[in-house]
Design a binder for this molecule. Structure first.
Ligand SMILES: [Zn+2]
Length: 478
C-alpha cells in the first residue's frame, strides 16, 4: 500500500538572540524557572508585542535556502488553543490568507541521491513554554510550568507528503539540519532546538500525526512502527482514526494521545497588535545575497577544488562542525584528501553514536584540526606508515598529545635504516625456513614472510622496502 509521509520541522532561531516579540534572551536553558520572562512574553494584559527584525531576516534566509518564494509583506495571526504552556492562550504564528503568505511558500529541496521534497510553507512563530513533570507525564502528580522558553522565535517548515520511506525522511532531516547550521540561524547542538513531527497515511486512509519524538533516529523508528501498525489495521479492514499519537521512547511504540484538532478549531484571526509589515521588494534578493555558502555549494567545492570523493565530501558537509574542522586542518597542511580520509574513516570511529545523534561530534574530543594535519603530514613525509599512524591517532585521542610527540616517545617512526631492516629480514629467514623454501616457488609465501617482518618491527618497517629485501634475498638463495 502506498505510504505518504509529511513533516513539520521546528527550528529555534537561537541566532536571533532575543525572543520574537520582546527583548528577553533566547537562551533559556539552564536558567531558573520563570526567570527569563517579561510582561510581554508572560502575556500580561496591556503589553504590546514588538517584532524582532533579526528573526524575520533569519527566517527569510531559511525560506530562500529551501527554494521558497519569500514575500514582500508579512502578517501574524493568533492561533487559539487552550493549553497551559501558552501564557496568552494563543500562539502568534503566520497563516496564508488575504494574499499575504508566511515567510516562505512553494519551495523544493534536493536531498540524498537525486531525491527531492516539496516545501509547502515556512512560517515564523513563537515557541510555547515548557511543562515539567515529576517522572513521566502519566504518573506525575503535578505539572509545573516554565515560561522561560515562551516567545523564543521558531521557524516551522512544513513539507508536502512527499516521503514514502522513513530512511529518506532521515536523509532529508540531516540535510535540513546541515542547512540551518551553515546559515548560522540555529545552534543544533542545543537540546530541543530542532524538533520534528511527522504525519503518515497508508493506502489513502486518514492521516495520523506523530508528536513528541526527541531525536531524528526516533523519528525513523516511530515512522516504521506507525507504518506497520496502519498496514496491519488496513489489512484487517479496521478504520484508521485521524489522531495524534505520541512516541513512547521506553516501549518503542506510538500511542494515542488525543484526537487531532482540525484547522477550524484554532480560530485563526489576524493579530491586531502587530500590523502587517512591508518588507519591501528588495527583501527577497537581499536575503539571498546575505546567505553564506550552503552545504551543496560547499560539497561541490570540496570535490572540484580539493579532489575529495563525493561520499567523503557528503559526510563532511552533513555536519558543519566537521566540515569546518576539515577546512582548518587543511589550511595547516594542504593534504586535503589525506586529511578528509583521516577524519571520515578514522577519527569518526572514536565518536560514539549518541554524540553523532546530538550533533556535538567534536565536543570533548582532545584531537584538534592541528593533530589531524600533523598526522597526515607525518605519513606524507614517510616518517610513519599508515598502520603506525592509526596507533598514533588512538594515543592522541586518549591523551591529546600531538602526533609528533607520540612518535618521539614510542620510537614508532619508520625504520629507514636498510641495515637494520636487513637484520630483521635475516632473522625472519632463519626462523621461518620452511616458508622460505615455499617462497622460492610460491609468490604468496613471500607475503607471509613480509607479515613476519612487519610483526617483528611492530609495523615500523616500510612494507615496500621490506618486500624488496625479501625478494632480493630469495633470489640470492635460489
Ligand atoms: Zn519577554
Amino acid at each position: 500500500m502506498e505510504t505518504k509521509i509529511g513533516l513539520e520541522i521546528h527550528c529555534q532561531l537561537t541566532g536571533a538572540k532575543s525572543k520574537l516579540f520582546c527583548s528577553c534572551s533566547c537562551e533559556y536553558r539552564g536558567k531558573e524557572a520563570n526567570s527569563n520572562i517579561c510582561p510581554t512574553c508572560a502575556g500580561l494584559p496591556g503589553t504590546l508585542p514588538l517584532l524582532s527584525r533579526r528573526a524575520v531576516e533569519l527566517a527569510g534566509m531559511i525560506s530562500a535556502a529551501l527554494g521558497c518564494t519569500v514575500p514582500e509583506e508579512i502578517a501574524f495571526y493568533r492561533k487559539n488553543y487552550f493549553y497551559p504552556d501558552l501564557p496568552k492562550n494563543f500562539q502568534l504564528t503566520q497563516y496564508n490568507a488575504y494574499g499575504i503568505t508566511s515567510m516562505g511558500v512553494d519551495g523544493i529541496m534536493q536531498y540524498g541521491d537525486g531525491k527531492s521534497a516539496r516545501i509547502r510553507r515556512v512560517q515564523l512563530e513563537e515557541d510555547p513554554g515548557r511543562l515539567v513533570y515529576e517522572g513521566s507525564m502519566e504518573t506525575s502528580p503535578y505539572a509545573l510550568i516554565d515560561y522561560n522558553r515562551a516567545g523564543v522565535p521558531l521557524v516551522e517548515i512544513v513539507t508536502e507528503p512527499d516521503f514514502a520511506d522513513p530512511k529518506d525522511v532521515r536523509l532529508f532531516l540531516d540535510k535540513v539540519t546541515s542547512l540551518i547550521e551553515h546559515l548560522g540561524v540555529c545552534d543544533t547542538r542545543l537540546e530541543g532546538s530542532v524538533r520534528c513531527d511527522a504525519n503518515v497515511s497508508v493506502g489513502g486512509g486518514n492521516r495520523v500525526e506523530i508528536k513528541n519524538v526527541s531525536s531524528f533516529a526516533d523519528v525513523e523508528k516511530a515512522l516504521r512502527y506507525e507504518i506497520t501498525r496502519q498496514n496491519s489495521m488496513a489489512s484487517r479492514d479496521i478504520e484508521i482514526k485521524s489522531e495524534t499519537r505520541h512516541w513512547d521512547d521506553a516501549r518503542k511504540l506510538t500511542k494515542e494521545s488525543r484526537t487531532k484538532e482540525e484547522e477550524q478549531d484554532y480560530r485563526y484571526f489576524p493579530e491586531p497588535d502587530v500590523p502587517s509589515i512591508v518588507l519591501g521588494s528588495e527583501f527577497p534578493s537581499l536575503v539571498s545575497r546575505s546567505m553564506p555558502e550552503l552545504p551543496d555549494k560547499r560539497k561541490e567545492r570540496f570535490i572540484s577544488k580539493h579532489g575529495l570523493s563525493p561520499h567523503v565530501a557528503q559526510v563532511l558537509i552533513d555536519n558543519k562542525e566537521l566540515a569546518d574542522f576539515f577546512e582548518t586542518a587543511m589550511s595547516a597542511h594542504y593534504l586535503p584528501r589525506e586529511i578528509a580520509n583521516w577524519i571520515v574513516n578514522d577519527l569518526m570511529g572514536f565518536v560514539d553514536e549518541q554524540q553523532k545523534e546530538e550533533r556535538s561530534i567534536l565536543a570533548g574530543l582532545k584531537v584538534t584540526p592541528g593533530h589531524i594535519a600533523e598526522l597526515a603530514r607525518l605519513v606524507d613525509e614517510g616518517t610513519i606508515n599508515r598502520s603506525i599512524a592509526q596507533q598514533v591517532l588512538a594515543q592522541a585521542v586518549k591523551t591529546g598529545e600531538m602526533p609528533s610527540q607520540v612518535v618521539r616517545k614510542t620510537h614508532s617512526s619508520r625504520i629507514d635504516d636498510s641495515d637494520e631492516l636487513g637484520r630483521v629480514v635475516d632473522s625472519v629467514f632463519k626462523a621461518e625456513q620452511s616458508a622460505v623454501q615455499d617462497a622460492k616457488s610460491n609468490a604468496n609465501a613471500a607475503n607471509f614472510l613480509l607479515g613476519k617482518v612487519m610483526a617483528a618491527t611492530k609495523g615500523r618497517a616500510d612494507p615496500k622496502a621490506a618486500l624488496e629485501l625479501i625478494h632480493k634475498k630469495l633470489a640470492e638463495q635460489s
